[in-house]
Design a protein around this ligand. Sequence first.
Ligand SMILES: [Mn+2]
Length: 319
Amino acid sequence: MLKEIAAELGSSGGTTVVLHGNADPDAVSSAFAVSRAFEDVVIAAPGGLDRAAKVLARQLDIDIAIESVPDSKRILVLDTSGPDQIPVELDYSNAIVVDHHAKNSQWDGCRLYYCDDSKASCAEIVYELLKVAGRVPDRDVALALMTGILTDTGHFKFARPGTMITFAELMQLHGIDMDEAMRLVYMEADPSEKISQLRGAQRLKYWKVGRRIVAISQGSAFEASVCKALVHLGADIAFVGSQRGETFRISARATSEMVREGVHLGKLLNGVGSETSNGGGGHPGAAGISGVGDVEAMLNISADNAAKMLRELESSGYR
Ligand SMILES: [Mn+2]
């Protein structure tokens, strides 16, 4: 299907690449690669960029529309597990979707849906797409794709063999050193982020499930970063949520050991989402859910489901 997608993107008429809310370096670098490889491509991130993606976009001079989604002949959705991850209403019946999260039936209505959940990052799929289209990434694109891979694999913690091969090829292509890509994604937490982490620890609740620990907490910002802090403190699985008016947002993280033993937070939150008619999904070790509702109730449901998952895994002797 990548051949078909490449042919479509190479045909006349423009493309608007649309990215998920709080777009990360994987999403931005994938979009950037497409915009350099094909003609007449604009990038839209109607739900804004995360901090690392902002740094990447600034450093590599990547133009991204935030306020509105420019009209084009076709829409290409990248790195987005479901339509509910995009905070504007769009018509996807004619859209092409390329993703690496768990397959989502909500994309079934679009024109072309290519989902390869064996890939640790969308950047790896886009690199394949470029190869199929016979385009060689320039230096900036190679560097961007490297940062996408680095961030989505947690600096290779979740990398697969194919990830390493792709990354090595990208390094070799223009002689890019590892530290150059690392420097582009390394950011020291600013004081407000550190305070969020400390507050998250203050409001922490946890349960012991067998020999594992599930933790939840609430804050007003930096959910993903607070999650990571709680995992550092000793949680095997952490959920951190925030409430904004009627809506909530929850990030979830699990240790790579949990992932090895069969935990899949993306599937777990996808289940919680369909149970509560909200949108959830993501990777085995990093996932999220957002929608309308009470964050505390949603955190408890998520923790309950995680505990259930752990008990099932434990009774089957883990993987
Ligand atoms: Mn991704």
